[in-house]
Design a protein around this ligand. Structure first.
Ligand code: DX5
Ligand code: ZN
Length: 215
């Protein structure tokens, strides 16, 4: 599956950019929420999420790069999120936070920074609908893919298998038409793409090319 990061979209033409994704072969909208504390950048908040939700014809996959994400779970559900990921590094009571996300009616995701080993997820894998492996340091679109992420995908796939869990693996950051096949072969179920799509001349065709690569 392919989730399109709107961080690299032209926000002055947000309606048209949403239409491009709606009309494309993409599966989800990926919305990056940054608070200027957990990551050294600020992106957008509820008014923008609601505006996208009102026009989006596909599920919203909301990636919270914020401190104390547990405070905003119900608000993101009300804003239209169907998939909600919180960072492992930002949650003292991750198990409780994942239960809260599910109880609110959303799919619960755990995002891990490049330095966080995936073996730390073993004991919460059954509470986790998807793991988002950050393949760049979070905070900005358009960064270079960190190659070690491939081994993390493989190691996580093995944990999911051995635990007989149904958890999906999402990969976020520096994904492009050159590395997509390798990521899927390593075990990725969902790829996030922002810069590779919106910096291309024909975003809709680029999305089609991604889908052709993936199984
Ligand atoms: C980075 C974000 C990513 C990013 C992906 O902090 O979580 O979702 O926008 O964008 P590209 O595809 O540009 O690396
Ligand atoms: Zn993201």
């Amino acid at each position: 599956m392919l989730s399109i990061s709107m961080l690299s979209a032209d926000f002055g033409r947000l309606n048209e950019e949403i239409t491009v994704v709606n009309n494309s072969a993409a599966d989800w909208f990926h919305l990056d929420i940054m608070d200027g504390h957990f990551v050294p950048n600020i992106s957008f908040g509820f008014p923008v999420v609601k505006a996208i939700a009102a026009k989006a014809a596909k599920p919203l996959d909301v990636h919270l790069m914020i401190e104390q994400p547990e405070k905003y779970i119900d608000a993101f559900h009300a804003a239209g999120a169907q998939y909600l990921s919180v960072h492992y590094e930002a949650c003292t009571h991750l198990h409780r936070t994942l239960q809260h996300i599910r109880a609110a009616g959303m799919n619960a995701g755990v995002a891990v920074n490049p330095h966080t080993p995936v073996f730390l997820l073993k004991d919460i894998i059954h509470e986790t609908d998807f793991v988002l492996i950050m393949s760049v340091n979070p905070g900005f679109g358009g960064q270079a893919f960190i190659p070690h992420s491939v081994q993390k995908i493989e190691a996580l796939k093995e944990i999911i298998r051995s635990e007989k869990a149904a958890t999906l693996i999402e990969v976020d950051g520096g994904v492009n038409l050159q590395n997509a096949a390798q990521l899927c072969a390593a075990g990725a179920d969902i790829l996030v793409a922002g810069h590779a799509v919106f910096s291309s001349v024909h975003p809709e065709e680029t999305i089609k090319k991604f889908q052709d690569i993936k199984i």
